[in-house]
Design a protein around this ligand. Sequence first.
Ligand code: P6P
Length: 339
Amino acid sequence: MITSGWKDFETLESHIAREQTMHPESRGVFSNLLRRIGLATKIISSKVQRAGLVDVLGKEGAVNVQGEEQMKLDVLANEVVKATLGWMPPIGGFGTEEEEQVTLFERHEGEGQYVVMFDPLDGSSNIDANVSVGTIFSIHRRISTGPKPELRDFLQPGHRQVAAGYVIYGSSTMFVYTTGRGVHGFTLDPEIGEYILSHENIRIPDRCHCFSSNDSNYSKWDEGTKKFADHIRYSKQGRYANVTSRYIGSLVSDFHRNLLYGGVFMYPADAKTGKGKLRLLYELAPVAMLAEQAGGTASDGKQRILDIQPTEVHQRVPVVIGNKEEVELYEEFVRKCQE
Ligand code: P6P
């Protein structure tokens, strides 16, 4: 009988509604925002899953604010996010990897209380090779009180996020999010167009199963980072007896694998410039919130990613993220090599 187990047939919609009951004062505004993000990602998923069939593969012929070549799907995903969310009264403004400036809206009294940051299609350089990509989002409550948001509403430390999540467009499409009460994963059933709860209360396994970094940058790393990477990969004893290397080159995919299997991902600073590659506001702060909600953590080598006070919208920082034991070990290697 197909009805057996349907009592557990939790969808993203019903989960959001259930979470809302934890806030009796809530009018459902925040819940509607999360639902719309779910809708936007279903639309993006339908485009990504048919990328080879519709003329959306390949380069847009433009570069984004990062100086990165925009793929057609980057532009399309960005437009979908803007069209799906931009008109919503609760959104005072949004920022996206694809645009230099944040977009600010003048809303009526009592509206526009949230700002949202997006990486509409993370890992898009992999699209032509059919590698998993993802959408990452971060939601903050405004701290300014005027009719329009101000930049400081976006430049808040990650520990103030009210929600964060990603959707991974892989062998299946999965929506993973947190509102500060655990991490929950929903797999899209394309036959009914619903995200179904498939991974409730995800906890990162306490084992370093995977080590994930772009080793072609090894020569650019500082000594502490090199020693840490060598220790994890080559000691082949104790906790690291069975570590394997995996690197997809798509943050959402590398993070999602480590979240489920255990492991550590790092994109360290270039020792010469001190700069990292990954963006703080719409890549690292959201995945760092998820990591901590799942029992892991994320650091720039010296401090929690979630404690960094942002200074600009497209700010890049170094990162090590995953099991708490490995991230803390990294910080120790960095400290020792700087003493
Ligand atoms: P590299 C994708 O372009 C991205 O922003 C992340 O998704 C990914 O983790 C990283 O860059 C990959 O960078 O230099 O290894 O290609």
